[in-house]
Design a protein around this ligand. Structure first.
Ligand SMILES: Nc1ncnc2c1ncn2[C@@H]1O[C@H](COP(=O)(O)OP(=O)(O)OP(=O)(O)O)[C@@H](O)[C@H]1O
Ligand SMILES: [Mg+2]
Length: 243
């Protein structure tokens, strides 16, 4: 069953085109990698799905429903959670307060406690540091906090924009372990990375964006080992599909 389908999506910042006629789909429980150079349009794609950037044309369907014109909070309530580039940990809030932002305010006290406990079981470092400021965590710990906050919304689709950016290899290992676990639990993932080296560990399929357009797509192992990859990164004109 298709969970996310994007057809002919274009977006621009004023006169600057950022996405050109992008099409892709993601099945329930599937993991899709999105890679590409700086400025390729990866973040814009994630922001368009989350309803933060308005497309100039094209359609985005989640679970068969068009997301056109919906507010970001409505899209989040439908089950789409975004861990944005740069993590966005709130200054002046503790780790726990940062987490609680991920929970619907209408949730009762006990349900809130239970949800937090589940998260703390999965992310022990956050339990340990729950009364400290979120911004005092290390980069890798902040990334865990951002992922944990998104998971409190019980998403069906989790979108991660460069979760390994700026992390030491051992922290990247930790984050990728978390992503593999989520994948096993059946959460669909759209995983953006600039450096494609690790994508194949988790992504079933991968698309390569260049200059706002899809240039290469196929099974992750094929895309990442393809001699077309560097050409696609540099912005070859055609969309090629790995067999
Ligand atoms: N707020 C903005 N205002 C104007 N132009 C923008 C804005 N955000 C992005 N752009 C432009 O849109 C294009 C796509 O940017 P985007 O951030 O989506 O790329 P990216 O693939 O995420 O790059 P990176 O790997 O550096 O994060 C780029 O040309 C960029 O300069
Ligand atoms: Mg980006």
């Amino acid at each position: 069953m298709t969970l996310l389908r994007i057809d002919g999506l274009s977006a621009a910042y004023g006169p600057v085109p950022a996405l050109r006629n992008v099409g892709l789909s993601l099945g329930e429980g599937e993991t899709l990698g999105v890679v590409g150079a700086n400025g390729a349009g990866k973040s814009t794609l994630t922001l368009a799905i989350a309803g933060i950037v308005r497309p100039s044309s094209g359609d985005i369907f989640f679970d068969g429903m068009s997301l056109a014109g919906l507010l970001p909070e409505t899209i989040a309530r439908l089950g789409v959670a975004l861990v944005p580039e740069g993590r966005h940990i709130f200054e002046g809030l503790t780790v726990e307060e940062n987490l609680l932002i991920g929970l619907n305010g209408a949730v009762g006290r006990q349900a809130r406690r239970d949800a937090l406990e589940r998260i703390y079981d999965a992310f022990p470092i956050l339990r340990q540091r729950r009364t400290g400021f979120g911004t005092r965590l290390s980069g890798g710990e902040q990334q865990q906090l951002a992922i944990a906050r998104a998971l409190l919304m019980n998403p069906r689709l989790l979108i991660l924009d460069e979760p390994s950016l700026g992390l030491a290899p051992i922290m990247v290992d930790k984050v990728y372990k978390i992503l593999r676990d989520l994948r096993q639990q059946g959460v669909a993932l759209l995983l953006v990375e600039q450096n494609p080296a690790r994508i194949a560990e988790v992504a079933d399929r991968t698309v390569v964006l260049a200059n706002g357009a899809v240039r290469l797509s196929g099974a992750s192992a094929d895309v990442l080992s393809s001699d077309l990859l560097s050409r696609a990164y540099l912005g070859a004109e055609e969309h090629e599909v790995c067999a």
